[in-house]
Write a protein that binds this ligand. Structure first.
Ligand SMILES: *Cc1c(COP(=O)(O)O)cnc(C)c1O
Length: 383
């Protein structure tokens, strides 16, 4: 079987874990955490970064930092993972779902202003498949209405908007190192803080509401409870593992982009014949090879294709069930339709994508998809 995902180990992880285990300091904010922070700050010029236990908790930190309260509203795309929404629901805020654009699963910025009320506090764009949302436009709207922007960059490591790293454009950015992402630590994440008004408080919230980070730097002579906070920092075991991955970031990214391009090239004839759609990388965005997807003609066709691939030893998966139709939320949506979000929910299919996937396997997958679309017994509707 060709799996959908396979976590890639560079070989150094166990070595650094061994060092961390024998260093005498297993809890967070030690040498490896610092090395990871330095790496990100140097490579992407992020003003300040903090490793977190996940992207979910990085968004929770951002929600605390902008003081989300009951009655506040935040705008997020419906076509996303639950973790984009939950941190705001946990603070008692109302989530207002935005539609995707027609050409891309990312948020439709042309409809954003229509969703803003005097209660709106933040916009949370999600860079789906590591491809950038239109950040100039989002930041312009945010500035005009005095809103915060938290980029959910969970999938967007090493990806860029007009040569600026994703995660550096909003007030905050959040990343994931879950083992389904490009760079992994089992579970893990990172918050980028791009507005220096939040530097100090971010560290305090990160350190369970204490000023311990300032204490270690010798800025205060004792540390104590100074604010709200939680346990957001990962242990050195996580950071040591992550550091091994970061040392290989270029190699990992290069390979994933190669695989992505091969898929694209092999499946292009199907798009030319108007049988499927392929991903469109926006002109202002780079591509970090996180996800390769195709768009089928209907839910039924996609279901049949998933089964066909599985019968041929290939695991493919669909992606988000739009959050506005979720059992948790649908009663609050008041029947409002988000047609593009529903379009991607029904038709988007993700193909296997992982570092150790071979060209041979991609050829096999593409051949199988082409066969499916050329089987005369099941005539396909043209798009
Ligand atoms: C993976 C993902 C998350 C959650 O990341 P965790 O590190 O597992 O918390 C959030 N948002 C998006 C868009 C994701 O893809």
């Amino acid at each position: 079987m060709i799996p959908f995902n396979k976590p890639y180990l560079t070989g150094k992880e166990v070595h650094y874990l061994y060092q961390a285990v024998h260093s005498g300091k297993l809890s967070g904010n030690g040498v490896f955490t610092q090395q990871c922070h330095d790496f990100f700050q140097k490579r992407y010029n992020f003003k300040k970064v903090l490793l977190t236990t996940s992207c979910t908790t990085a968004i929770e930190m951002a929600a605390l930092l902008i003081d989300i309260k009951p009655g506040d509203e935040v705008i997020i795309p419906s076509y996303t993972f639950v973790s984009t929404a939950n941190p705001f629901i946990l603070r008692g805020a109302k989530v207002v779902f935005a539609d995707s654009s027609k050409a891309h699963p990312n948020i439709d910025v042309s409809k954003l202003e229509g969703l803003i009320t005097n209660k709106t506090k933040a916009i949370i764009p999600v860079h789906y498949a590591g491809m950038a949302c239109d950040m100039d436009e989002i930041m312009r709207i945010a500035k005009k209405h005095n809103l915060f922007v938290i980029e959910d960059a969970a999938q967007a490591i090493d990806s860029f908007y007009k040569d600026k790293p994703l995660g550096s454009l909003g007030h905050f950015g959040t990343f994931s190192f879950h083992d389904t992402k490009n760079i992994i630590a089992g579970e893990g994440g990172m918050l980028t803080i791009n507005d220096d008004r939040f530097f100090k408080r971010a560290e305090i919230i990160w350190e369970k509401g204490t000023n311990r980070s300032a204490f270690w730097r010798g800025e205060v002579d004792k540390y104590g409870w100074v604010d709200i906070g939680s346990s957001f920092l990962p242990s050195e075991l996580i950071a040591s593992f992550l550091f091994a991955q970061l040392e290989n970031l270029d190699r990992i990214q290069e390979k994933r982009k190669e695989l992505w391009n091969l898929y694209y090239e092999l499946l292009k004839p199907l798009e030319d014949d108007e049988l499927i759609l392929l991903p469109k990388v926006p002109a202002f965005s780079s591509n970090n090879g996180h996800i390769f997807y195709i768009i089928c003609n209907s839910l039924e066709e996609r279901t049949n294709l998933i089964a066909y691939l599985k019968n041929h030893g290939i695991y493919s998966v669909f992606h988000y069930l739009s959050l506005h139709n979720s059992p948790f939320y649908k009663d609050q949506q008041n029947g409002k339709e988000l047609v593009n979000s529903d379009f991607y929910t029904d038709r988007l299919l993700r193909l296997p994508m992982f570092f150790e996937l071979t060209n041979f396997e991609i050829n096999k997958i593409a051949k199988c998809i082409i066969e499916f679309y050329h089987t005369p017994k099941s005539p396909k509707n043209k798009l």
